[in-house]
Design a protein around this ligand. Structure first.
Ligand code: ZN
Length: 271
C-alpha cells in the first residue's frame, strides 16, 4: 500500500499534506510540490549559498586583518618617532652647549695670547698667563673630545629618526595598497551579491509559497542550507547515508512528495 495515496490512512509521520496546508499540531509540516518547484528550490539554494559565501568572504577578507596589523605598526612607529625626535632634540641642545663651552675657552685663550704678546705684562703675570694657557688648552682638548662624542650621538639620533620615517613611509605605502585591494575585492563581492540577489528575485516567484516558507524555516535552523539533493542514498546537506528502510519508503513515494532528510531534516530533492 505504500506509495499509493490513501486519504483514509491514519496520520503518521510519513504522511504528507497538500501545499499550503499546515497542521499546527505537528512540529513537522509535510508538503507536496511539483518536480519543477523542487528543482527550482535547489537552484534557489545554490543562489542563497553563493550569497552566504560571498557575504562571509566580504566580512573576512584577509586585507582587513592586514590593514589592522599595518595600522598597529604605524601607531607603534609614531610612538617610536616621538621618542627618537625628543632624543635628537636633547643631543642637539647638548651639542650647542658643548660648542659654546669650546668657544668660550677659545675666546679666553685668544685674550690670554693677546696679553702675552702685548708685552705689557710683568714677568709674574707672563708666568701666570702661560700656566693658564696650558690649563685652557688641556680643557679645550677635553671639551672638543666631548663635543666629538656628542656629534656622534647627534648623527646616531638623526639616523634613528630617518630609519623610523623611512619605515613609516613604507608602511603608509603598504596601507594604501591594501586599502585599494580591499576596496576592489569589496566592490567585486558587492557586485556578485547584488547579481545573486537579483537572480533570487527572479527564482522565488517560480516556487510555491508554501515550499518557500518551509525552505526558509529549515534554512534558518540548518546553517543556511534548507534544501539539498539526494545523491544515491546520501543527503548532500549533511552527507549522511539515508537508511535502507527510509530509501525503500522514498522510492515508493510520488515524485511530488517533498522529502525531508531523516538526519538533518533538510528538504531532500531527488535528482
Ligand atoms: Zn541530511
Amino acid at each position: 500500500m505504500s506509495g499509493v495515496r490513501n486519504p483514509h490512512r491514519p496520520p503518521s509521520k510519513n504522511n504528507y499534506i497538500e501545499v499550503g496546508f499546515k497542521v499546527s499540531s505537528e512540529s513537522e509540516v509535510y508538503v507536496k510540490a511539483s518536480v519543477s518547484d523542487q528543482n527550482n528550490l535547489i537552484e534557489l539554494q545554490r543562489i542563497d549559498t553563493a550569497i552566504m559565501q560571498a557575504t562571509h568572504k566580504l566580512k573576512t577578507l584577509p586585507e582587513r586583518e592586514q590593514l589592522t596589523a599595518i595600522l598597529a605598526r604605524l601607531s607603534t612607529s609614531d610612538e617610536l618617532l616621538v621618542v627618537a625626535e625628543a632624543e635628537l632634540a636633547d643631543v642637539t641642545i647638548d651639542l650647542r652647549r658643548s660648542e659654546v663651552d669650546v668657544e668660550s675657552v677659545a675666546d679666553r685663550m685668544a685674550k690670554d695670547e693677546a696679553r702675552l704678546s702685548g708685552g705689557s705684562a710683568s714677568p709674574k703675570e707672563l708666568d701666570q698667563l702661560q700656566h693658564e694657557l696650558a690649563t685652557l688648552a688641556k680643557r679645550k682638548a677635553e671639551l672638543e673630545d666631548g663635543e666629538l662624542e656628542i656629534m656622534m650621538s647627534v648623527d646616531a639620533a638623526k639616523e634613528k629618526v630617518a630609519v623610523i620615517k623611512s619605515d613609516e613611509e613604507g608602511l603608509k605605502k603598504l596601507e594604501l595598497e591594501i586599502k585599494i585591494r580591499l576596496e576592489n575585492a569589496g566592490t567585486e563581492l558587492d557586485r556578485e551579491i547584488a547579481l545573486k540577489k537579483s537572480e533570487r528575485t527572479l527564482t522565488v516567484p517560480k516556487i510555491d509559497v508554501s515550499l518557500i516558507d518551509l525552505y526558509e524555516k529549515v534554512k534558518a535552523s540548518g546553517g543556511g542550507v534548507g534544501a539539498a539533493l539526494l545523491i544515491g542514498n546520501t543527503c548532500d546537506g549533511c552527507r549522511l547515508a539515508i537508511s535502507a528502510v527510509e530509501m525503500d519508503r522514498i522510492k515508493s513515494l510520488d515524485s511530488e512528495e517533498v522529502l525531508r532528510c531523516e538526519e538533518c531534516r533538510r528538504i531532500l530533492v531527488r535528482i
